[in-house]
Ligand binder design. Structure first.
Ligand code: F6R
Length: 267
């Protein structure tokens, strides 16, 4: 007997992908997954170590975490956070800094201990960056590793600021930004010419060491790169393809970001 497979064909997908109707629904799912880790760790008297991202994509996740704190009593007292990246050079109190982003969109609204917040320092002298990056990695290890790493994806295929060319065992380091990445950031800097050319970013190796990895993407603008990351061969041309190496990664997408996946594109 021939059985018709009425399920969507996910056989081209090289890592787990969940698709939600819209970013709001998906963000609630991601926030509740983060909240579950925090609560579970609280019960056993442990800290929860989170790897966090900036950009437009995680804003709704952070909004939901703030709501869970304000309305449902979720405490962040046991949370330690490591941000993925920061522009270089960058003053922490500049409007475009990832420090400002994180405080405005999350940290100012929850009860996290400010001493538990780690964001790469955009004010270092160049010669001090290598030892700073080693210490950043060591601190993550000392704290037991990242329990959940939240990621967005750039149109170059970057995760963190690991642009094309980045290998799977890269660690935290100073990198040069692609033209497309600087163009995508230009509106918040009042023109591409004001966007820094460099950044300090966790490496792909750093990300792959996290116990769980969740990559989120919304909108058709991300459709093409998401398809490459999910269905393409692993290659440093699209650094996010290296997430296929992880045993505990999930892409959480809205329908727009998923539209180029074979299961939808061939409908
Ligand atoms: C931000 C980061 C970047 C962004 C990516 C997508 O900390 O590491 O990889 O996640 O550029 O940015 P948005 O969400 O603005 O589309």
């Amino acid at each position: 007997m021939i059985r018709l497979n009425l399920q969507e064909d996910t056989s081209f997908e090289k890592l787990p992908v969940s698709v939600y109707a819209n970013p709001e629904e998906a963000s609630i799912v991601v926030a509740s997954r983060i909240a579950d880790i925090i609560r579970k760790k609280q019960l056993s008297g442990e800290r929860a170590v989170l790897g966090l991202a900036t950009g437009d994509t995680p804003i709704r996740v952070y909004k939901e975490l703030i709501r869970l704190h304000k309305e449902e009593g979720l405490s962040f007292k046991n949370v330690v956070s490591f941000n993925l990246d920061e522009y270089y050079p960058m003053l922490p109190d500049a409007e475009q800094s990832y420090v400002s982003f994180m405080y405005n969109n999350l940290f100012n609204h929850i009860d996290i201990d400010k001493d538990n917040i780690y964001i790469p320092d955009g004010t270092l002298a160049v010669e001090d960056i290598p030892s700073y990056c080693i210490a950043y990695e060591e601190r993550i290890t000392e704290l037991g590793g990242i329990d959940l790493q939240l990621l967005g994806i750039g149109r170059t295929g970057h995760i963190g600021f690991n642009e094309p060319g980045s290998g799977p065992s890269t660690d935290t380091r100073l990198v040069t930004l692609e033209d497309l990445t600087r163009e995508d950031a230009s509106s918040s800097f009042g023109g591409k010419e004001n966007v820094p050319h460099q950044a300090i970013t966790m490496g792909i190796g750093t990300v792959l060491r996290a116990k769980e990895i969740v990559l989120i993407a919304w909108g058709e603008k991300k459709g093409e790169i998401v398809q490459k990351a999910v269905e393409g061969e692993m290659s440093s041309d699209v650094p996010s393809t290296f997430l296929q190496q992880s045993n505990n990664v999930e892409f959480i997408l809205d329908e727009g970001a998923a539209f180029k996946l074979t299961r939808f594109a061939t409908r």
